[in-house]
Design a protein around this ligand. Sequence first.
Ligand SMILES: Nc1ncnc2c1ncn2[C@@H]1O[C@H](COP(=O)(O)OP(=O)(O)OP(=O)(O)O)[C@@H](O)[C@H]1O
Length: 321
Amino acid sequence: MTDKNTIEAELAPLAAGRATARFDEGRASIVLDVTGLSNEVREELEGDIRRVVGALPGVAEVRVLMTSERRTRRLVAVASGKGGVGKSTVSANLAIALSRAGRKVGMVDADIYGPSQPRLLGVEGVRPKAREKTLIPVETKFGVPLLSMGGLIAPDQAIAWRGPMAGGALGQLVDGDWGACELLVLDLPPGTGDVQLTMIQKHKPAGAVIVSTPQDLALIDARRAIDLFAKANIPIIGLVENMAGYACPHCGEVSDPFGRGGAEAAAAELGIPFLGRIPLELAIREASDAGEPPAAGNGPGAASFAEIAGKVDGWLKQNGG
Ligand SMILES: Nc1ncnc2c1ncn2[C@@H]1O[C@H](COP(=O)(O)OP(=O)(O)OP(=O)(O)O)[C@@H](O)[C@H]1O
């Protein structure tokens, strides 16, 4: 005779772990968890369930109730083992390129030592408003809203900050009113100390992008950054090599004062993906200083960042949406 258990046993191969059943006087009620499934898959699954359960003896009616957990916003951390390698520049351009690729992206500037996103995204001096106690991100003309630690602290305070304080302050930014943003790019403070570790342990990014320059020393620092994420059990999305080769502003020729291919080889050795290289280019610095990140334009810089963003986007799709 059909009962709850026989129905669930029939559903197991169709909707492993997602369906629970009740059976009462000929009526089968199925609760189906559809978290993370596309509409197409949901409809198909519902049809299959109705067909299979409806064919069981004694079942006169099948009800399917779909439930879905609210999907929490995901963070992608951008980190570097030391300062000055272009982590903030890469973060801003990555966020813009991801947004151009169709994602709803926000930017969280957690770099307490030198919050540079307001300048990079052209909203220097604009303070975020708050509703109740929730911060409302500042809109930028690139479609990437921003919340920055710069608005919360005086620059000379940061040096004395410890992990728990920084982790708490970051919470205010991450829990801002991000509206439709499904992804937040997190520009971490440079380095691999207590402040960075607490931030990532507390706010658990989905993955991390490591930025390095081609010099050996910076790559040693990149290794430290990779270890930091390993400690917190956060997967590495890949390595971006910044300031790779010097692009002559006159003839466009790229020369490699630090050699070529070091970061790519290091990524291979460390077993992490290589996401791409950005040349050291006067135009990148000038555009960045002027609040016009190259990823928003149509030049070669935009293409390089689009390629890196494409790889990050692919990684995110493979790892949960
Ligand atoms: N590929 C590049 N070509 C030319 N200039 C660059 C490039 N990348 C970054 N810069 C410049 O280098 C300087 C440092 O970059 P940025 O602030 O992004 O580094 P950072 O690693 O975030 O530094 P910090 O440790 O201060 O946070 C900036 O003036 C920036 O415009």
